[in-house]
Design a binder for this molecule. Structure first.
Ligand SMILES: *[C@@H]1O[C@H](CO)[C@@H](O)[C@H](O)[C@H]1NC(C)=O
Ligand SMILES: *[C@@H]1O[C@H](CO)[C@@H](O)[C@H](O)[C@H]1NC(C)=O
Ligand SMILES: *[C@@H]1O[C@H](CO)[C@@H](O)[C@H](O)[C@H]1NC(C)=O
Ligand SMILES: *[C@@H]1O[C@H](CO)[C@@H](O)[C@H](O)[C@H]1NC(C)=O
Ligand SMILES: *[C@@H]1O[C@H](CO)[C@@H](O)[C@H](O)[C@H]1NC(C)=O
Ligand SMILES: *[C@@H]1O[C@H](CO)[C@@H](O)[C@H](O)[C@H]1NC(C)=O
Ligand SMILES: *[C@@H]1O[C@H](CO)[C@@H](O)[C@H](O)[C@H]1NC(C)=O
Ligand SMILES: *[C@@H]1O[C@H](CO)[C@@H](O)[C@H](O)[C@H]1NC(C)=O
Ligand SMILES: *[C@@H]1O[C@H](CO)[C@@H](O)[C@H](O)[C@H]1NC(C)=O
Ligand SMILES: *[C@@H]1O[C@H](CO)[C@@H](O)[C@H](O)[C@H]1NC(C)=O
Ligand SMILES: *[C@@H]1O[C@H](CO)[C@@H](O)[C@H](O)[C@H]1NC(C)=O
Ligand SMILES: *[C@@H]1O[C@H](CO)[C@@H](O)[C@H](O)[C@H]1NC(C)=O
Length: 693
């Protein structure tokens, strides 16, 4: 019974999310991050962080003056409504993911329908606006359903306050943001409680870079390894004690002949079309070697358009410039029913993207479909070398150091050769109409965000898709987590995290600080926090934990350091503010783990090895993909972590806990690569994303 209520609760939650998807995050109506104002806006008087610059402010002033509102009380309310465009939460206030709104959602009491509570009605902003303005003439009224109209009163346009507030109001009691005549402020929340720790069970021995839940919503997920194989696996039920069901010998797709596998090269990402269950389309992002595979040819990212001469690229690991390419290729599930497919057609359907890489490092490679827009996001690093020597990340003509956004659904795909040449595209895709190049002609059309060094593992929060989280691997000092917004510049190589960065050698010149106007990370850690000896650090971004399996972890963003095996939880405080309090968290191996993951006998620290990535299944349970295997986050009591929110009746623990042992990092955790000593660790399964290259 309890379970079925819980399921209903989850269904209800999903349903509410569909009805009212929430942005909550300081974000503007066009998905850009707000600006930092140097002086308050002359007309709208917003100060600090705002979605308007002085031009936008002037336009609003012109619009307002044209309304010629005679009544001062009404004029002041209407002005505040017009100026809500400048609020740093305007993306939320205008809820632009559905039908674009002319006006913000006005706070409106849900109890106001009860006519006996008329005094409460008066106190609501929507009602206040109606009462104050109903008889006042407004030219080109923004409250009109049609765009332009003559001088009108609200009473000419709407029959009653109820009609008016049905159209413009939004309940103020449901926790979602609405406009009440003042800049939006967030509730200051109580001090955060750091989580006790993360309890992990080991369900598989395999080492994977990617895990993607099956788009059909089942308990299945796809796993891929760096060498180039994809498997379809069944995930065991929680507390079943069973293993990940994955047949090593029967991959869903085997691309090992095409994929070039090396330290930072291989199959880096897989993504399944949102309609995979119907169309069977999926995509693999990998690296290939043009000397080894004829299908590997592509343009070099080092070219004259970006002030880079391929003949002058320093030899890197004896490779020729652009010998290795970054590729996105489309494949399809075999058979006529993709949901039932146990394998893919081995033949590539279409080449989406091919680009030659200047060096062997820093090219991210993850691909993700945007949950709201259905476009394919492609994460690309600066292409390698110390300090982005060619200044690619800040160069708007280069796709290196960028997050791209591609349309793989356009009716005109494949585009004709002429169209591809005209836009300077790198393959068979088209460009979403609202990509930022339409406003900034200097930008390559694929670019969504810039200034990345090596985005290593991004995710969309499944509860709030506007939270597009990307960890970015640092150089010498700082590992960062960013919230990626449209045309956001994340600073590299003018900045490394919050710090100013100056390359020791800069053949590409020094990037001026003023040219970047960076958005600083929302979470991160200093290298010295994980490695007192100045060795390598390399961030692995995770997810917002959205399962209730560990209720104390719910809503926190989890991430790790690849080498050190350290993990952090970022707690947003206040909620929806985009501001996080980051605490390092401990983790342990659960009792009754299907595969034992205790390290030292008697200790309960799991020997994770390298933390490559994280995964999320269709129940929102979260997984750690490590060099030593696949781990699932389970209820904290299985590790004897205290979590008062955990339902105590669900706890069945009969295995005594081992003696308490101080958390000792395993030998693997201690492996360090000092940049000065230039220690290259070439373990066959390993991937070095970190600082040296
Ligand atoms: C605007 O904000 C800045 C910095 O927060 C502050 O110094 C300044 O006094 C504010 N100006 C007004 C008019 O509020
Ligand atoms: C503005 O309103 C005033 C009086 O309320 C009126 O005299 C004037 O003609 C109006 N201007 C326009 C452009 O409608
Ligand atoms: C309206 O409010 C009155 C008094 O608070 C209450 O008795 C009544 O049930 C309410 N009616 C509705 C429809 O909510
Ligand atoms: C607006 O007009 C209506 C009908 O003429 C009247 O009942 C109401 O009191 C007026 N409101 C204001 C604020 O003048
Ligand atoms: C109302 O608008 C129409 C066309 O937009 C125009 O022809 C008409 O003169 C306007 N009436 C007044 C009273 O402004
Ligand atoms: C706003 O309040 C009115 C009653 O005044 C109610 O009928 C309406 O449903 C509310 N609108 C929303 C969107 O909650
Ligand atoms: C802020 O807190 C108050 C009181 O706890 C609550 O009623 C209100 O819904 C909260 N607002 C938001 C936007 O969460
Ligand atoms: C983060 O939260 C902890 C625990 O509440 C608190 O001690 C610490 O000061 C907070 N740090 C920041 C930067 O707010
Ligand atoms: C996983 O690896 C361990 C250690 O090598 C081994 O003892 C165990 O049998 C393996 N389990 C599975 C399910 O492969
Ligand atoms: C478009 O796709 C076809 C089929 O995969 C491929 O032959 C062609 O090279 C691709 N075009 C580009 C520009 O990548
Ligand atoms: C690096 O790129 C940025 C952005 O294009 C530019 O402002 C800066 O001048 C560049 N630096 C050099 C030396 O080319
Ligand atoms: C870049 O800045 C460093 C430190 O300020 C300076 O030594 C170097 O000459 C500059 N390089 C160029 C090409 O301007």
């Amino acid at each position: 019974m309890r379970m079925s209520h819980f399921v209903k609760f989850i269904i209800l939650l999903n349903f509410l999310q569909l009805l009212d998807p929430s942005f909550s995050l300081p974000l503007c109506t066009d998905s850009r991050a707000p600006l930092q104002l140097k002086t308050p806006l002359a007309f709208c008087s917003y100060n600090g962080t705002s979605c308007c610059n002085s031009n936008g402010d002037k336009q609003l002033q012109t619009q307002f003056n044209a309304m010629n509102i005679s009544d001062p009380g009404c004029a002041s309310l209407v002005k505040s409504v017009i100026c809500a465009k400048c609020d740093k939460f305007s993306g939320e206030l205008f809820r632009t993911d559905s039908v674009p709104r002319q006006l913000p959602i006005l706070c409106n009491s849900t109890t106001s329908a009860n006519s006996t509570k008329i005094s409460q009605v008066e106190s609501d902003f929507c009602s206040k606006l109606w009462t104050t303005c109903q008889n006042v003439s407004i030219i080109s009224s923004p409250f009109s359903a049609s765009v332009k109209s003559n001088s009108t009163k609200l009473t000419d346009l709407w029959k009653s306050q109820i009609d008016f507030c049905n159209a413009f109001g939004g309940a103020s009691g449901d926790g979602s943001t609405c406009f009440a005549g003042e800049p939006v402020t967030l509730n200051t929340t109580t001090p955060i409680t750091p989580p006790g720790g993360l309890c992990l069970e080991k369900i598989g021995n395999g080492s994977y870079l990617n895990m993607v839940a099956h788009p059909d919503g089942s308990s299945r997920a796809f796993f891929s390894n760096q060498q180039g194989k994809i498997w379809l696996a069944n995930i065991p039920k929680l507390d079943s004690g069973e293993l990940l069901e994955l047949d090593d010998a029967s991959p869903f797709l085997d691309l090992t002949d095409e994929v070039h596998f090396d330290t930072e090269l291989g199959m880096m990402g897989i993504a399944f079309h949102p309609k995979f269950s119907q169309n069977g389309r999926f995509f693999a992002s990998f690296n290939c070697d043009k000397q080894a595979w004829p299908g590997c040819g592509g343009r070099c990212s080092c070219n004259s358009d970006v002030d880079c001469d391929p003949s002058k690229l320093p030899g890197d690991s004896s490779s020729q410039p652009c010998q290795y390419q970054a590729v996105i290729a489309e494949f399809t599930a075999s058979g006529s029913q993709p949901k039932k497919a146990k394998a893919a057609n081995p033949k590539e359907v279409r080449r989406i993207f091919t680009m030659g890489l200047p060096f062997t490092g820093h090219h991210g490679g993850q691909i993700l479909f945007g949950p709201r827009d259905g476009y394919l996001y492609f994460m690309m690093g600066d292409g390698g070398g110390i300090g982005d020597p060619y200044n690619f990340s800040q160069n708007k003509k280069s796709l290196l150091g960028k997050i791209m956004r591609l349309d793989v659904d356009g009716t005109s795909i494949p585009l004709g050769a002429a169209e591809i040449t005209k836009l300077g595209l790198w393959g068979n895709y088209s460009i979403p109409k609202d990509n930022p190049y339409t406003d900034d002609k200097e930008l390559q059309p694929e670019i969504w965000a810039l200034g990345m060094r090596n985005p290593w593992r991004c995710s969309f929060d499944s509860a709030r898709p506007s939270y597009f989280m990307c960890a970015d691997v640092g150089q010498d000092k700082f590992e960062e987590v960013n919230i990626v917004s449209k045309v956001g510049n994340y600073g590299w190589r003018a900045y490394e995290g919050p710090y100013r960065y100056t390359p020791s050698k800069s053949p590409g010149g020094n990037t001026s600080m003023s040219s970047t106007n960076p958005i600083f990370p929302v979470m991160g850690y200093n290298h010295s926090d994980v490695n007192k000896n100045g060795g390598s650090a390399s961030i692995t971004g995770g997810y917002f934990y959205r399962s209730m399996t560990d209720p104390c972890m719910h809503g926190r963003y989890l991430f790790a350091d690849l080498y050190a095996g350290s993990m952090w939880a970022g707690t947003e405080n206040p909620e929806n503010s985009g501001t996080f309090n980051t605490t390092q968290i401990s983790f342990k191996c659960a009792q009754k783990s299907p595969i034992d993951c205790t390290f030292v006998p008697g200790s309960s620290d799991p020997a994770l090895g390298y933390i490559f990535s994280y995964g999320e299944d269709n129940n929102k349970d979260m997984y750690v993909l490590a060099s030593s295997g696949v781990y699932r986050v389970v209820r904290p009591s299985r590790c004897k972590y205290t979590c008062s929110k955990e339902n105590s009746s669900a706890v069945v623990d009969d295995i005594p806990a081992g003696p308490p042992v101080a958390s000792t990092p395993s030998a693997a955790f201690m492996l360090t690569g000092s940049c000065n000593n230039f220690v290259l660790m070439l373990l066959s399964f390993m991937l070095i994303l970190a600082s040296c290259f």
